[in-house]
Design a protein. Sequence first.
Length: 123
Amino acid sequence: MLGQALGLTDAEFDALQAGFQSSPLFNEKEKATLAWSEAMTLNTAKRDGPAWDDMRRLFSDAEIVEISLACAMFNMINRLNDSFRTELEPEEYNRRQHGAVGVTAAKLDDYACRMCASAKSGI
């Protein structure tokens, strides 16, 4: 649902399943982020030199931390839900909520820009 709210297309979802690395639908930064997130999720990031090298080349230290924290947070939530056998809402319920959430790519970008500006100014 979040991916749809942020504007991911069905083709992009399919590319995530089929192998994002060779897909023209994702740019270099998106592919690096996906590869890093996958390595973190599989707990292979420490040994994945190419994924780390791409992150260092394409992102600032602060951006790497933000990407890594977001990935870690979702991994933690998934591990807890799996461990506790949490019964999640059905897909139809989430589809009805989609419009109520109000999350958009523009709003997230605006938030991220404000956070980066705060970090740069030392606030």
